[in-house]
Design a protein around this ligand. Structure first.
Ligand SMILES: [Mn+2]
Length: 399
């Protein structure tokens, strides 16, 4: 049996408004290292968005290297890291000459071929070709991995010198099936690690997290049918909520270890433990992380209620909405911040305006067209925009 720890979307160096998350990232990565040790996993896969930006702060780079070194257990345990859409593919691969003897394998580009042969690790890279590595674990068991770091269509076309007329989904399907047919059999365990969007069957859209650069528009949505039958588990990154989008083989987003935006408020965060035997179904156990601070959105109708609640709920980040008859006084805003260090933003809603006597409903679920209509009506004393104006707005939006 091979056990694998699957995690993703660490976004090291990410901030929440003005607040640095690096201390929380240290705590949660420490927790992940402890899980890898206590569960004695054979390998770790990190499915992209390691950093939050192409050029991460040094404290984020240091934290990554220190954590990977611990995870690799002095080279005894392979740690496979792929790039996400937030990572620079070449930078992710750059430390490979140093990382290799520590058991850490960085794959940044969609068609990277990793070097095989001797290293100082307890496991061996037995075989490698484009987008594929085969690892003989210290126990002798074979782990085959198809690697699919993030690639937009431009990058894919460059990498494969792909002819524009072939549809990308069928091209990728055939590419992965060819790899699996060549290298994946029932003598070992076969997985795919990727950073892309995979739609659950029967769904036509998927909600990407706030703050995520949307990849839906520029990249291909890859349905479960792209996965070759040899593959026993698909470890994905990109979506920040833990979710299984397909059951056989399991296609799983581990989610991020911390809530990174208020759209993730109250989400439980996990890593995924995967147990695999050759030629059988994967067993999946999500393990809830204990350390993350909650992100909470709260609405109050009086400043005093808000202050009372804030005083009692210190260990969280808050997006505060205050509904009141008059504009918020600066002294009140100051008092709110003095009561709680984790206030990320304060949204004042003044209910006593000329147009309406009720608080405006939240804008979060409205489309651009609906928001435009609201805005137009607020400026034109309730008059709706004509079809001609709505069409003009759509044209501008499309450009
Ligand atoms: Mn991503």
């Amino acid at each position: 049996m091979i056990s694998i720890l699957h995690t993703a979307d660490w976004h090291l160096g990410k901030r929440l408004g003005a607040i640095s998350r690096i201390e929380e990232q240290k705590i949660v990565l420490d927790e992940i290292c402890t899980i890898a040790d206590t569960r004695a996993v054979d390998a770790v896969v990190i499915a992209g968005d390691i950093f939050d930006t192409f050029n991460p702060p040094t404290e984020a780079i240091e934290l990554l290297y220190a954590t990977l070194k611990r995870l690799s257990n002095k080279g005894a345990r392979p740690v496979i890291v792929i790039a996400g859409n937030h990572d620079s593919p070449d930078r992710i691969e750059a430390p490979n000459p140093l990382a290799r003897d520590n058991g850490i394998i960085f794959i940044g580009n969609p068609v990277s071929t990793y070097i095989t042969g001797t290293s100082e690790t307890a496991f061996k890279i037995r075989n490698s070709s484009n987008s594929f590595i085969e690892i003989a674990c210290a126990s002798g068991q074979l782990l085959r991995i198809i690697t699919a770091p993030f690639a937009n269509e431009h990058r894919l076309q460059q990498a494969f010198m792909h002819d524009k007329d072939t549809e990308m989904v069928s091209f990728i399907t055939e590419y992965w099936h060819t790899i699996a047919n060549s290298y994946c059999d029932t003598q070992g365990v076969n997985i795919l690690v990727g950073h892309h969007l995979c739609l659950p069957i029967g769904e036509s859209t998927i909600h990407e997290p706030d703050d995520e650069k949307p990849i839906q528009a520029i990249s291909t949505l890859l349905p479960p049918s792209t996965i070759p039958p040899h593959i026993q588990y698909v470890a994905l990154g990109h979506l920040h909520r833990y979710q299984k989008v397909h059951s056989q083989p399991p296609i799983v987003y581990s989610g991020s270890p911390l809530a990174y935006s208020f759209s993730e408020a109250m989400q439980k965060k996990n890593v995924v433990l995967v147990s695999l035997e050759p030629n059988s179904h994967a067993e999946i156990t999500p393990i809830e992380l204990q350390s993350p601070l909650m992100l909470i959105t709260k609405t109050f109708h009086s400043c005093n209620d808000a202050i009372e609640w804030l005083a009692e709920n210190q260990n969280c980040y808050v997006e505060l909405t205050i509904v009141s008859d008059t504009y918020l006084k600066p002294a009140y805003v100051q008092k709110l911040h003095q009561t709680h260090a984790g206030i990320v933003s304060i949204i004042p809603i003044v209910s006593n305006t000329q147009q309406s006597s009720t608080p405006q409903e939240s804008n979060q679920n409205k489309s651009m067209e609906e928001l435009f209509e609201d805005y137009f009506m607020s400026k034109k004393n309730g008059q709706k925009p004509s079809d001609e104006i709505k069409l003009l707005f759509k044209r501008i939006l499309a450009q």
